[in-house]
Design a protein around this ligand. Sequence first.
Ligand SMILES: [Fe+2]
Length: 371
Amino acid sequence: MPRSWNLRWRFTKPRPIARGLGLACVLAITGAALTAPVNAESPTGSTPLRRIAFGSCIRQDHPAPILETVRQSDPDLVIFLGDNIYADTTDMQVMRAKYDRLAAIPEFARLRREKPILATWDDHDFGVNDGGADYPQREGSRENFLRFWGFAEDSPVWQHEGIYDAHVFGPEGQRVQIILLDTRYNRSPLKQGERRLGGPHVPDADPSKTMLGEAQWAWLKEQLLKPAEVRILATSIQLLASDAGQETWANLPLERQRLIRLIRETKASGVIAISGDRHWAELSIDNESLDYPLLDLTSSSFNQLHERGTPTDNRARAEPTTYHRENFGQIEIDWQEADPSIRLSIHDMEGQVRLEKRLRLSDLRANVGSD
Ligand SMILES: [Fe+2]
């Protein structure tokens, strides 16, 4: 059973590890010499991550001024959670042209120059709305993604069946692991039912269906067994949201159970999920499945307003607040405290806090003594 959990809430209003992430990241994050490409497996250094920004969903043809707000928040690392362009094509030249449009957005270009960035993809930058393994250009799209986000030629990600990636930053006792899942390249077709608010998908407990594919599952287990104090699990689609009309892990409930069971069985402490995709921000919580509360902070979108303004049902929503205008998420860790404080927050265009939750590192500890 989960340990008792005191939530401290306050609601107010408030820089890929890729080539762009390359040298700048090594310098800014690890303080290491300019030797290893930042995409190298698990670069570590003496400087811990203190502030991580993240978000999702950018129309490459629209302005994205919130990326300047992100830059001014002075993050040590920025994570792009997918739908980073709306490619929606099987023409790889068209896709590259859309990446060029993203690169030309001045606020994106400056952020990329100045801050280390890590990225995963969602359906639209993968290539097709709600797409999965049956998208015919998944390999061409994968190459576009890896090249755009500047993955070094010797990055192990080039060998993956997808674009999943992981890194550990910081010295022992202050390590932050970033795990970037690929929820697209291997994903089985989703079951469709009657269209309703949010979309046409219905939960499918077919055990033959997969979200990640076996190679990624095996890789993920290896990652969760690596030592780290905080683990940020980046998944393009929401992990904990209950409604399955749109795309979430609720579409494939057995796969969601498998992920949570893997976290439990590896006794991985410090896991915090982050997600995007929905065009609104919210916080979801699972108080039951681990030794500690599992949180999923959704930030969406960078420049895509949610026209309907009404979020779909979510029984895992940690409290009623959702935010529907441009936003980004932030995780701040104060390593100076004996029991480091962790602050999760959602920020608006002006950088003001729209949703906030504070916790301690000890709140996220797996009971390693039990089975
Ligand atoms: Fe999406």
